[in-house]
Design a protein around this ligand. Sequence first.
Ligand code: 13P
Length: 253
Amino acid sequence: MSQTKHPVVIANWKMNPATQNEAKTIAKATVAIAKKNTHATVVACVPHIYIAEVKKTTGQGPLLVGAQNCHVDVKGAYTGEHAAMQIKDAGGNYVIVGHSERRKMGEGNELIAKKMLAATVAKLSPILCVGEEVRDTQGNFLTMIETQVVTALSALPKSRLKDVIIAYEPIWAIGTGATATVADVEEMQMFIKKVLTKQFDRTIARHVRIVYGGSVNADNARELFTGSGVDGFLVGGASLKPVDFGKIVSATK
Ligand code: 13P
């Protein structure tokens, strides 16, 4: 399967690393990876507290910075939260929305739809995460993915959809070492395109980038990329190991 779009590889550091110094070290190495791999867009979604520092490390360089969550409002009495506009102002260009680890904390599709809108209003590209907990043999999980996609995008004006990235992250594959098969990922990216065509049109379905996440590593990245038709990856654990992350980014050449 051949890729036609510029691939995108997104690091999701989650709540790591433990110190600012370690964050700087990983950021420097990730900037070098982005410089070496101009065929791809490389993004690091880091804890809010590291955004400004990582941005300083990359400067005007090719590594783009993102956050892992945003609030739906622009400002106000929301202790501990961060507005999309604040992320943008700190140097962010992307934000992960609806990650399964946040859905587990109680975020539902309606709230995620509001966050998608807040992100695009602040001119951040939202990375919408969708994924099933288990694959049932009747294919009910497909209906669940459809609802996640359709609801999350329902509040967005058509003009903002080109900035959206959809990450298919089956929950059973996150941090477990178990990846979806190439055929599973191919089927899902085609299914999501079909959902987008039904909800909007074929042009939008072609433009929205679809990436895969869930135990992507240096060894499986090339096969997953070349065989499944996805536009790149959302990488958790391996994104904290620059040597491995570099191999994953190169695998999208
Ligand atoms: P792992 O790559 O550690 O499985 O995490 C995937 C993920 O949740 C990225 O958002």
